[in-house]
Structures are given as C-alpha cells and as structure tokens.
Design a protein around this ligand. Sequence first.
Ligand code: ADP
Ligand code: ZN
Length: 722
Amino acid sequence: MNKKLELLKTYFGYDSFRPLQETIIDQVIAGKDLMVVMPTGGGKSMCFQLPALMLDGITLVISPLIALMKDQVDALQANGINAGFYNSSQDSGQQQELFAQLRTGSLKLLYVAPESLPLLQEPLRNTPVSLIAVDEAHCISTWGHDFRPAYTQLSTLKTHFPDANVLALTATADRATRVDIMHQLAIPHAQEFVASFDRPNITLTVRPGNNRLPQLRRFLEQYPEESGIIYCLSRATCEKLAAKLSALGYACEAYHAGLEHRFRESVQERFIQDTTKIVCATIAFGMGIDKSNVRFVVHYNMPKNIEGYYQEIGRAGRDSIESQALLFHSYADVMQLRDFAMNSGNADVQIAKLERMKQFAEALTCRRRMLLSYFNEYLATDCGNCDVCLNKPDFFDATLLAQKALSAVYRMQERAGLNLTIDVLRGASNATVLDSGFNSIKTYGAGKELPWASWQQYLIQLINQGLLEIAFHEQNHLKLTPQAHDVLFKNAPVRLAVIPKPEELAVQKSKATGQEVLSEVNTDLYEALRKTRTQIASEDNMAPYMVFSDASLKDMASRIPLTTSEFGDISGVGALKLENYATAFLDVLTDFSMMRKGSFVYRDGNKATKSTKSRTKRTKGFDTAYESAKLFQEGMDVEAIAATRELKPDTVLGHLGSRYLTHKDVAVHDLVAADLLGLVVPFYKEYKENNAVKPIYDQLGGAHSYGSIRLALHIVEADRLV
Ligand code: ADP
Ligand code: ZN
C-alpha cells in the first residue's frame, strides 16, 4: 500500500481519497504553492493535514475562526495527531506550554489566527515551517464576500517563511476573487485546483412559502433527533420560530447578531455537542462550523443570492450521507430582499443576483443543473435528487386559467400588484378592492373557484413563463408582455405545472444518490450506537461527531462488525480510535447481534436459554413488527397477515402500531374505531409508566381488543395527540 493511503487509514480511518485530494496532496508534498477551491464539506482539511504528517517540519494553518480552532485541534488529537493552536483566547500559561512543544518539535500542525501570527515569529525561529495552509483564503480579498482586515498581514508570508510553500484554500468559486487571493498572498504562479461544486448527497427541495410552519413541522417529523439549521431573514423570525419549535418539543435555539457574544458562542457549542439539535439563525451562523452530521438546512426565508444559498446548504451532509436542503419561496420575501438590494451600494448587481435566486426557486427543471451552471459547471444529465427530478411536475392545459388572469390585468389597465389581482380574480370585497373600483370589471370574481394560494402560484408561473412582468418601478404592478397578447387575443395555449400538495413533502425520498439507505432493521442499532457515542463524548468532553461521524455509525449499523479487525475496517476508524473506542462500540454491536440470533432460535421453537429469551423479547418486537408492516404495505390486511405469520390479529395490530410510531409509513388510522383514540388519551401517561394495557382494557369494559388499544396508544403518541 502506498504511504499516503496507509496514513489515511491509520490516522483518519478512510480507505480512499475524495476527488482531487490525492493530486493536491502530491503537489503539496512536492513543495508547490497551490490555490485550492472546494465546496464546503469537500474535504479541504485533508489537503494539508495529511501532508503535515509526511513533511519534516511543522505545518501552520491560518484560520480566522478562533472559536473553532480548539475543535479542530481536538479532532486531530482524537485521531492521534499532535496539533496545537495559538490565538488571543489563550492565557499565557497555555501559550508557554505551546512554545515548549514548539521547542521540542513534537507538533505536526499549528493553528493560528492571522492577527496572532507576528507574535509567533520569535517562538518559531528555530522551528522549520514546511507548509502554510491559508484556510478561508477569500478573507484576504476585498472581492470576496467576507473580507477580514487581519488577513492582509498574510501578504508577507512568503518573505517571512521563504522555505515554506503556501496552500490557499477557499470555497469561493469566482475567478476574480481567486486571482486576487494569489496576488495578495504573493503566490501569483500557484497552480489552481477547482473541485466540482456538486454535493450529490444533498436533496434540494423548494416549497411555496404559504403555511410554512405546518410544512416545516411535517418536514421535521422525519428528523426527530437529527441536527439541522433553519435560516431566517430577521432576528424576530428566528426568535419566534425557535420558541414555537421548542414548544413542540424540539431542542431548538435562536442565534442572531442581537444576542450577546458569549451566549451566541454557547449556542454554537451546544449545537456542536448535539444537545441543541436545531438552530434558527440569521445568516451569521455556521461559518466554518465543522460539524459533519448536520442533516438538514432549511431556508425559512429566501436567501439574497445563490452564493449565499449554496454556502449555507453546504453545511448539511459533510459526512456524505443523505441530507436535505429545503427552501421556502415567498413572493413577500423577494419584495423585501429587493428593497434591501435597492438600498445597497451596488444595487444593480444585487438585484441581478436576487433575480437568479428567484429563478432557481421557481425552476421547473432540474435544480441542481441550474445551480451548478451558476458556478460554470455543467451536469450532463438531470440529478435525480431534487424535487423537480423526484416529482416531475405534471402540466395541464391552463389556457383558460391564464386568460382569466391576463384579462384581469388588462382590464385593470395594468395598475394592480399581485395581491390585488388575486383578490379581484377571486371576487373579494375588501377595502383595497372596493377603493380601487376594480370590483366593476368584467373579470371580477372570474377565478373564485381557486384558492388564493393557488392563484399566487399560477401567477408566479405566468411571470416565469414571460406572460406577465412585475414593474418594480411602478409599485410592483403587473404588466402584460407581448406574448400575453397572443394568449389573450389569439388563443395561444398555456401549460402550467400542477401545484404539488403539501403532504407530498413528507414522502419525498431521494432515489438517486447512490448512498446506501439503512436497512430498516438496523435503525434500532444505529440509535444505540448514537447513545454510546454521546456517552463517550460527554465523558471525554468532546463533540460527538469527533468521536465518530454519522457516516461511521451508519457504516457500523449496516455492516455490524463483531471483531476488532472488522471494526477497524469501518470508515473513519483509524488506529487511535480503534484502540480507544472499539470495545465500547463492539459491546453494543455484539449485544445486538446476539439478540438477533436469540430471536431466530426462539422463533424456530428451539430451546433458548433464559437470558436469550428475555433478550429476544426486546428485539423480537422490532424485527417482527417490520415484517408485519411490510406485508401490510404490500396490501395484505390484518387477518391475512396474521394467518400467514401464524400470529394473532391482535399481535399484528400491535406491530403496525409500533411501526407507525417509528416510521409513520403504514396507514393505520382506519384500523381503529374512530372514538378509541380519544378514549385512550387519558390513560396514556399511566400506560407509559407501567407499559400495561390490561388496566385500560378493563376500564373500557372490554369493548376494545388489546391489539386495538395498543395500536391506538401508538397512534396518539405518533400523532402527538398526547
Ligand atoms: P471542508 O473544509 O472542505 O468544508 P472538511 O475538510 O471539513 O471539509 O471535510 C468534510 C468531511 O469529510 C469531514 O468529516 C472529513 O473527515 C471528511 N473527509 C475528508 N476526506 C475524506 C475522505 N477521503 N474519505 C472520507 N471522508 C473524508
Ligand atoms: Zn435534479
């Protein structure tokens, strides 16, 4: 095996390099200056961390994110790599300790804030520096979106450290910024590497912004214990949303610039530690957060440009596991962002960028293709993992519908905005309509058969198809385009996309990422592994994702390693983690596997020892529930399942209940009497304490079977009726 791959496995536990990593590492080792552009989560750190292990001297890592340096160093140390950091947050004792390490030459990597670099000149005098990695390198450029004055000091790196090569890393794609970075860092001839910006494991979804909260709730129900970020436009929305979600039982906090600095840091800390699962944040949150298990990023409001949107959704799924990016698109947001843009320094550019963002949100073609084309990258085929690809919209003949709308605009002499147009179409008699006098036009009420929200969607589609325009300089009035005249007067056909129903959001599942989906049976195991991880993390005072990433846990849950050597094959298990954690996780894994075997023995009717028998009971419920649920999903009714599986119908009902509770993918409501749900609610708490159905059965006078009662209890829990 070559040296690089050996180090990759020993220290990081990975078997292969991501695209471009190996080429970049080779060039770094060869002593070249490089400019590397990779999307967030692309694996930039490996490009200097691995060379640091191979090079003789020390590797300096310049990073603007003081708050995160400790995390990065902890993560390296958990992998057995000796790293340190130097910044203004340390006391002098800590700094002295670091200098001592520098003298002995034991450090491989040293993270330093740009403003602290001059203070390191002296301590570094006798330490050979072989490589300098400048992370978030766009901060040096005023062209970039995040200029930091302290970064300008880095222009002298090449003079101060003539023997070190410089590796600039950023996720900012545009060419002007890149050239500027190289110029500022005095590495004009650096070779450039630009990795693909595609993040195929992130499912892209855009939803209309009406009824956001119920839609969001349905969405979140799919990720009960997972981490996620919800971006909002205003501080007030952050606060309100966080409060609502907390009231619903989510471990959720707000994060915005109005909060006190130390408190904000503590929110970030709790998020990294997995104690706060969801953060409702303004855009300030997440820059440089290195948390690999963010499962979803929601834009509760529309972002102002595609760069920002892409950077923010990039914080999901750094571990390459399936993740979700959900964007709510509302007309009101666009209007508000437009106002901001108008008042900004370079209004034209901002407005053009907002326009692109809006086009993305309204696209009826593959969203990923559109997104990547924005970064000058072209996919040969549709991605198969965006809402458009997953639910190709059905189009219908909307000629008549369009004619009604266009005719209303025409008869109002193009003097109404979107909302008023809808009101007039629907025959509303509110003050605005009456004041305008538009209640007397011929098309008044011509569209009352459609709900308000549907009209809104259809009008937006008409705008996108170029049949209507918004006159931004005339109070946002709707105007007809030349094409509209063909529809109105020449009967040119119009086709519009059917609006997907909100429920469809919950069932949408990625089909094409190629990522393995956990086999159903092992989700229990996955949960158990997660618990072990949390426990270890709190004992060792580190973030759970540093113990193992979600990707590693999923790998364990699907391969179920049972020996130390099998455990060593799991992705993310390097030598030190094998030594430190194998025992704890193998305990959970062997326990699980024995329980499974136990259940097998038990079901075959062979003798099982007492202990396996009681263990069996624990898992049997799970395995067997899955089997019943599968048959049910395939269309068998309860009686038939019971007959096939030689079980009592009551048992099958219980199975479907537990399945509904964990997965909500079986239609169980028709299986219980309508009033039973209400009847069991008062008993729910007691049932949870004793896990006994008999008292309820007795109280209800034996009118409902045990199975029905158990099912009803599961339903009320799953539907949050209790
Ligand atoms: P970036 O800095 O580009 O945003 P990171 O360096 O934080 O990305 O890497 C993102 C995630 O990918 C990390 O969890 C890292 O451990 C993981 N990773 C990096 N390289 C590999 C690899 N070759 N195989 C598997 N996972 C990797
Ligand atoms: Zn697509």
